[in-house]
Design a protein around this ligand. Structure first.
Ligand code: BGC
Length: 864
C-alpha cells in the first residue's frame, strides 16, 4: 500500500475542507483522518527518553531510558543508535507513528528546567548523538521530531513566552547593540544542522519562543530561509503544543501542523483568510504536501493505526536498558581506588534520598510510567549479595521539592491497588466543593469513572470526552496505609479548586481562590501542605474533590479536565536523621551516598533558581564523609550541581537519571561488572556565577521583554576557557578503572576545495590491567582567525574498546565543520587559510597530544 502512495495523487483527492483540517491536530496526540483519500489518523507520542504513549493520565507503561545528558555522556553513537531502535520498537507497540524527540536545545545554563532533555552543551556532541538516535528510530519506520527549533533554552515565561524575545548577539565583535547571527548559527542551530545532515529527521518541532523578535513558528528567516532554504529540509514542521500564535504568517512561514487540537489558529480562521485572499489554495497545498509525506512514512512503517497500546519487556530490552544506565554513568573521582568495590567488603551503608526512590527521568513531557524500575538500593543490594556483603540503609535527609507521590501505598475500596475516580458534568451535590460537605450524602449519578494507579493525575488526556464535559467535577477516593508511624506531611496541588479529606475530616483546603503555582505545566496551584499524625499499618480513607471550572473560566491555554497531585512522607528528623545516617556510615566498611535532584527540581515548566543540592544534602555529605572517609558519593542529577565538598571526597560518580535499570546500571559500575567509560557532556561549574550565561539567564537576563544572550558563542566550556575559569569538572572528563596512553599523532593534509575531508590519527594503549573503553576527543583551534574564536572546540571523537595491554590506531574523520566559523558579514561559513591546532584529549582539560594542520586556501560555504 505504502509503495503506491503518491503525494500528488493523494493531494488531488482531498477536498479543501479536509486539507484545512489536516493543518491542525485532533486532541493531544493525533492528526486528522481523511476517509475521502484513505488517510487514517497518525498518532504522536513524547519522547525523548521513552515512548509514553497517547496518555499523560493512566498511560500504558513504557521503558524509560537514561535521560539525554546521560546518553550524551556515554559519547557512544552505537548505544544511541540502539536506544533509537528500541524506541522504534516501543513506538510500534504504542501505535505511535511520530515520536516527539530528540531534544537538542543547547544547555545555555545548568538552571534550564529541561537541561536533562538534550544530549550536550557542545553542538558537535549534541548533534552527533542525536543523529544516531534518529537513525535508529527511523530505521524502524517511526518519524523522529527533532525539537525545539530553536533557542528554547529556558522555561522562564513559558506560557507568556509570546512576550519573550530571545535576542542572540555576539559579544566579541564589539558592535554592542547589533544583533549577530553568529551564536545562533554556531551554538544553537548547529546541533539541528548536524543532526539534519546526518539523519534527516522526518519531522521537526518549532520552539515556543521568539528569536530576535519573531516567534519561531511564524519566522520566515528561520523556517524558510535557513531550514527549508539553506539546509534543504524536506520534513514536516509541527508546532510545539499551543506554540502557534498566527494564522497566515505561520502557514506562509512553512509551519505544517498546529498542535494540539482542537485548532485555535487555523480551521475557521483559515477559511476566513481564504475568503479575503490573504491565503490561497496554493498556500494550503504547500503545507498539505509536507504533511502527506509524514502519512507516507507512517504507511511504510507498518505501525498500526488507532491501535491499542502495549508494553514491551524482554530480557534483551532489559539488558539494553541496563547497559545504557551503566554507560550513562561518569566516574568523576576515584583518588583512593575505592572503586570498584571488591570481595572482602563486609558491610555497606547505603544512605541518601535518591537511594530508595527510582529517579528514572526528569519532569514534564519527558516523564512516563515505567514498566518497572530498579532503585539504586535494590541494584546495590543485589550486587552486594554476590560478594557476601551486608547492606544497611538510612535516608539521611529528604531531597524532595514537592512531596513524593504515594503510588504503591494506596488501594481502592475493592482492595485493588490504586484509586478510583468519578466524574460529573454538573456539581453532584450542592455542597460538593464546600469545606464541610456531607461526604456520605447521596449524590447524583456520575457520568464516567476510572481506576488509576497514581496520586498524580494530569487530566489533559485519558478522560472520555464523549462523556465528560470541558467543565467537570471529580471525586478521587483511595485508602492509604503508611509504612512508618509519626508525623506525616501531606501536600495537595490541583488544577482547578478542591479539597482533601482524611477519614472524612478536611485536611487541605484549596477550594477558594487557591494560590496558583507551577504544577500541571503552569495550570495548577501551589502545593499546600499539612502535617498529620499517622500510624504504620493503619488504613486511612482519602477523598479529594475538585472541579476544573475555575481555570476554564480564567481561560486555559489548552483543554484539560483538571489535575490532582497528592504527595506525602514522614516529616524529616533534620539533624537527628543525619546523625543516625553518619553513625551507620561509621559502622560500615564503605558508605555509598546516593544524593541529587529529581523530576520535581528539574522539569519542563520552570527553571531551577540555583545549582545547590536540596535542603540539608550538603550537611549530610559533610557528616558522612567525616564519619567514614571510604564514602562513595553518587550524584544523580540531569544537569550540574555545586559540590562544595568535592575536595574532601575521594570518590564521586555522576549518575544522571538512569531509566528503568538505573539501580542495576549503577551497581554494575560500582562493583566493576562494567568499567566506566562515560565523559561529562556538560561542564560542572564550581559556582553558578562561573557559568557563562549567569548575568543574563532567565529572569536575571530579562531586559524590556528581551533575553540577551550576551555570552555569544562562549557557551559551556568555550566560556570557561576564554575566561580562564577552572570548572569543578570539565567537559569531557570521566575516569576508568584502567589507564590509557596516547601516542603518535598524525594529521592528513587538508585537500583543496570547499568540502575537504581529512583525518587525525593516533594510537591508544590500555596500560592497565582490566579491559576498558576510552573516549578520545579531538579539539580544533584556529589561533590565526580574523574573528575571536573559542580556544578550542570539539570536532570529533571516537570511543575505543581495548583489552588490558592492547593498542589500537584510532582515526577521527574531520571535515569543513572542523575549520569554519560563521561570518554574518558574508552570511556564510568561512574557513580561513592558515594553521589550525589539533588537540587530542581524554577531556577538554586533559590534552594528551598536540599537532597542527594547515589549510592552504580560504573558502566559504553555505548549506548543511
Ligand atoms: C513540550 C514538547 C512536547 C509537547 C507534547 C510541550 O509542552 O514543550 O516538548 O513534545 O508538549 O507533550
Amino acid at each position: 500500500m505504502a509503495a503506491e502512495f503518491d503525494v500528488e495523487a493523494t493531494l488531488a483527492k482531498i477536498p479543501l475542507p479536509d486539507k484545512i483540517k489536516l493543518l491542525s491536530g485532533v486532541g493531544w496526540w493525533n492528526t486528522h483522518a481523511v476517509p475521502a483519500a484513505g488517510l487514517q489518523s497518525l498518532r504522536m507520542s513524547d519522547g525523548p527518553n521513552g515512548v509514553r504513549g497517547s496518555q499523560f493520565f493512566n498511560g500504558v507503561p513504557s521503558s524509560c531510558f537514561p535521560s539525554s545528558t546521560g546518553l550524551g555522556s556515554s559519547f557512544d553513537v552505537d548505544l544511541a543508535l540502539r536506544v533509537g531502535e528500541a524506541l522504534g520498537v516501543e513506538s510500534h507497540a504504542k501505535g505511535c507513528h511520530v515520536l516527539l524527540a530528540p531534544t537538542v536545545n543547547t544547555q545555555r545554563s545548568p538552571l534550564g528546567g529541561r537541561s536533562f532533555e538534550s544530549f550536550a552543551e557542545d553542538p558537535h556532541l549534541n548533534g552527533t548523538i542525536a543523529a544516531a538516535y534518529i537513525n535508529g528510530l527511523q530505521s524502524k519506520g517511526v518519524a523522529a521530531t527533532i525539537k525545539h527549533f530553536v533557542a528554547n533554552d529556558q522555561e522562564f515565561q513559558r506560557y507568556r513566552v509570546s512576550l519573550l524575545l530571545v535576542c542572540v548577539r555576539g559579544s566579541t565583535e564589539g558592535r554592542v547593540g547589533e544583533v549577530s547571527e553568529r551564536a545562533l548559527r554556531e551554538i544553537y542551530l548547529k546541533p539541528f544542522q548536524i543532526a539534519i545532515k546526518n539523519s534527516n529527521p522526518w519531522a521537526l518541532m518549532t520552539a515556543y519562543n521568539r528569536v530576535n523578535g519573531l516567534h519561531v513558528s511564524e519566522n520566515p528567516r528561520l523556517l524558510v530561509d535557513i531550514l527549508r532554504g539553506e539546509w534543504g529540509y524536506q520534513g514536516t514542521i509541527i508546532s510545539d503544543w499551543i506554540g502557534v500564535y498566527s494564522t497566515a504568517e505561520s502557514i506562509k512561514a512553512g509551519l505544517d501542523i498546529e498542535m494540539p487540537g482542537p485548532t485555535v489558529m487555523r480551521g475557521k480562521a483559515v477559511e476566513r483568510l481564504m475568503i479575503a485572499e490573504k491565503l490561497f489554495t496554493s498556500d494550503i497545498d504547500e503545507r498539505v504536501r509536507k504533511i502527506l509525506v509524514l502519512y507516507k512514512h507512517a504507511l511504510d512503517s507498518g505501525v498500526p493505526f488507532d491501535a491499542p497500546e502495549g508494553s514491551i519487556d524482554t530480557p534483551e530490552l532489559r539488558q539494553l536498558l541496563r547497559t545504557a544506565a551503566a554507560d550513562a554513568t561518569v566516574l568523576l573521582k576515584n583518588d583512593k581506588q575505592i572503586l570498584p568495590l571488591k570481595t572482602g567488603i563486609k558491610k555497606i551503608a547505603v544512605i541518601g534520598p535518591n537511594a530508595k526512590r527510582a529517579m528514572t527521568s526528569g519532569g514534564g513531557s519527558a516523564q512516563l510510567r515505567s514498566t518497572y524500575a530498579v532503585t539504586p538500593f535494590e541494584g546495590i543490594t543485589a550486587a552486594a549479595n554476590e560478594i557476601g556483603a551486608e547492606v544497611t540503609y538510612h535516608i539521611g535527609t529528604p531531597s524532595h521539592n514537592t512531596l513524593p507521590l504515594l503510588d504503591g501505598s494506596i488501594r481502592q475500596g475493592n482492595g485493588e491497588p490504586g484509586a478510583y475516580m468519578q466524574f460529573w458534568n454538573e456539581s453532584p451535590s450542592e455542597d460538593f466543593l464546600s469545606t464541610s460537605p456531607h461526604l456520605h450524602a447521596k449524590i447524583s449519578e456520575h457520568v464516567w469513572d476510572v481506576p488509576t494507579h497514581s496520586t498524580n493525575c494530569f487530566l489533559a488526556d485519558g478522560v472520555d470526552d464523549t462523556k465528560v464535559n470541558e467543565v467537570c467535577y471529580i471525586r478521587y477516593t483511595t485508602k492509604f496505609t503508611p509504612d512508618e508511624t509519626g508525623s506525616w506531611e501531606l501536600g495537595l496541588s490541583v488544577a482547578g479548586a478542591g479539597n482533601l479529606f482524611v477519614d472524612s475530616k478536611l485536611l487541605i483546603d484549596l477550594s477558594t481562590d487557591p494560590e496558583q503555582g507551577e504544577s500541571f505545566f503552569g495550570l495548577g496551584t501551589i502545593e499546600k501542605r499539612e502535617v498529620i499524625d499517622l500510624e504504620a499499618g493503619k488504613t486511612y480513607d482519602f477523598e479529594i474533590r475538585i472541579s476544573n471550572a475555575s481555570f476554564v473560566s480564567r481561560g486555559s491555554p489548552f483543554s484539560c479536565r483538571g489535575g490532582i497531585r497528592l504527595g506525602g512522607c514522614r516529616k524529616s528528623g533534620g539533624a537527628r536523621d543525619i546523625e543516625e545516617a553518619s553513625k551507620l556510615a561509621a559502622e560500615s566498611d564503605v558508605a555509598i551516598l546516593v544524593i541529587g535532584l529529581n523530576h520535581d527540581w528539574e522539569s519542563e515548566g520552570f527553571d531551577r533558581q540555583n545549582i545547590d543540592l536540596p535542603r540539608l544534602t550538603n550537611n549530610l555529605v559533610a557528616a558522612v564523609l567525616k564519619a567514614n572517609p571510604n564514602t562513595v558519593i553518587v550524584n544523580q542529577t540531569g544537569a550540574p550541581v555545586a559540590m562544595p565538598w568535592a575536595d574532601s571526597a575521594s570518590t564521586i560518580l555522576q549518575a544522571f537519571y538512569g531509566g528503568n535499570e538505573l539501580g542495576n546500571g549503577l551497581a554494575d559500575v560500582l562493583f566493576g561488572k562494567v568499567n566506566p567509560s562515560g565523559k561529562l557532556s556538560l561542564t560542572f561549574p564550581k559556582r553558578l556565577e562561573d557559568s557563562p550565561s549567569f548575568p543574563s539567564y532567565g529572569d536575571r537576563g530579562q531586559e524590556l521583554g528581551k533575553i540577551l544572550y550576551n555570552e555569544g558563542i562562549f557557551v559551556g566550556y568555550r566560556g570557561f576557557e576564554i575566561r580562564k575559569l577552572e570548572p569543578l569538572f570539565a567537559f569531557g572528563h570521566g575516569l576508568s578503572y584502567t589507564t590509557f596512553e596516547y601516542s603518535g599523532l598524525q594529521t592528513s593534509a587538508i585537500p583543496a576545495g570547499n568540502d575537504p575531508k581529512f583525518a587525525v590519527t593516533f594510537t591508544i594503549k590500555n596500560t592497565g590491567s582490566v579491559s576498558g573503553r576510552e573516549v578520545a576527543q579531538v579539539y580544533i583551534a584556529d589561533p590565526q582567525s580574523s574573528l575571536p574564536r573559542p580556544l578550542k572546540e570539539l570536532k570529533g571523537f571516537n570511543k575505543v574498546a581495548l583489552e588490558a595491554g592492547e593498542s589500537k590506531v584510532v582515526s577521527v574523520e574531520l571535515d569543513r565543520e572542523a575549520l569554519s566559523f560563521y561570518d554574518d558579514r558574508r552570511a556564510a561559513w568561512v574557513a580561513e587559510a592558515g594553521k589550525f591546532d589539533v588537540f587530542v584529549g581524554a577531556s577538554s582539560t586533559d590534552i594528551k597530544l598536540t599537532g597542527e594542520v594547515e589549510l592552504e586556501k580560504s573558502f566559504t560555504w553555505k548549506g548543511l
